[in-house]
Design a protein around this ligand. Structure first.
Ligand SMILES: Nc1ncnc2c1ncn2[C@@H]1O[C@H](COP(=O)(O)OP(=O)(O)OP(=O)(O)O)[C@@H](O)[C@H]1O
Length: 290
């Protein structure tokens, strides 16, 4: 099964054009949708999850017309939104049981087995009786994945799932995602480059409603391989470098800015070839250098 998005457009009432002729084809496995805040990722995810109308365009999931046959999509969709609200006092078991019932698992014994299976899968079984509200960020996100998996979805959408997780929690969450990403189409929407680098082979980069890149992570890296140079510079000379060079990014290393520039050859004294990474591709695309 493939997800095909064709010329999708969305303009909000305030005039913001959140999706501009967006086209993408996504197959089975983990797909990374990368973009800075405000790029339009959530608008796209909400549209795919049938929670929001597009102005024009087409989306097909296998034989299903996603924009028209919403109930069919919902039957095979797992969605973890950016803001995942939970009922204040319900335990994980109660909440999952309730959600499974809403999703049509009406036989009580079946539901009980499913809930236990899901809680084990996301490693929350021993915390099953605690209120979800009391969970840490990482546990809550894993609970979010458990509810996503009810009904054995063919399309799984997770929107910015690792924001706010500490490194340990993030790693646990990565492992869980990579496990479930094998059997379905899984779209991971994120502004965190590391999420995509560690988990995805296929990816897209989006900014201001436009798709700037769509392809493999390796091809993305090839776009800049051998064309990134770095130099540690003084803070007050940054504007100068920005003016003279195609600066991809600057970040503080040991309190001093380390700049990455895009160039066909070593630009000047003091620059050394950098190991180009996905973050370089991301910023080079966003800043329209490539
Ligand atoms: N309901 C809405 N009404 C008006 N403007 C909106 C609405 N939802 C989103 N926007 C605007 O559309 C643009 C895209 O927002 P969207 O939330 O889709 O981006 P995003 O890439 O998911 O970013 P973030 O990570 O910040 O949520 C932004 O400029 C945002 O302010």
């Amino acid at each position: 099964m493939k997800l095909e998005i064709l010329n999708l457009n969305k303009q909000y009432a305030n005039g913001v054009h959140a999706l501009k002729d967006v086209s993408l084809t996504i197959g089975k496995g983990m797909f990374g949708l990368l973009g800075p805040n405000g790029a339009g990722k959530s608008s796209l995810m909400r549209t795919l999850a049938t929670l929001q109308e597009a102005d024009s365009g087409e989306v097909r999931l296998g034989e299903i017309d996603v924009l028209k046959e919403k109930d069919k999509v919902r039957g095979i969709l797992g969605y973890l939104p950016q803001e995942f609200g939970v009922y204040p006092r319900s335990s994980a078991v109660e909440l999952l049981d309730h959600l499974a019932l809403l999703k049509g698992v009406t036989v009580s014994k079946e539901r009980k087995e499913l809930v236990a299976y899901l809680l084990q899968k996301v490693n929350l079984y021993e915390h099953r009786k605690k209120a979800v509200k009391s969970y840490s960020g990482g546990m809550r996100q894993r609970f979010g994945i458990a509810q996503c998996l009810i009904g054995n979805p063919k399309l799984i959408i997770v929107d910015e799932p690792t924001a706010g997780l500490d490194p340990g929690e993030r790693n646990r969450f990565y492992n869980l995602l990579s496990e479930i990403g094998e059997e379905a189409i899984l779209i991971l929407s994120t502004h965190i480059v590391q999420d995509v680098r560690e988990l995805c082979t296929q990816m897209a980069i989006m900014n201001q409603g436009e798709m700037l890149y769509n392809g493999t992570v390796d091809d993305a890296l090839d776009l800049i391989q051998g064309k990134v140079y770095e130099k540690s510079v003084e803070k007050n000379s940054l504007p100068d470098y920005r003016e003279k060079h195609d600066v991809i990014s600057d970040k503080l290393v040991g309190g001093k800015p380390l700049i990455h520039v895009f160039a066909q050859q070593a630009p000047e004294e003091g620059f050394t070839p950098a190991d180009a990474n996905l973050e370089d591709v991301f910023f080079a695309k966003i800043n329209q250098l490539i």
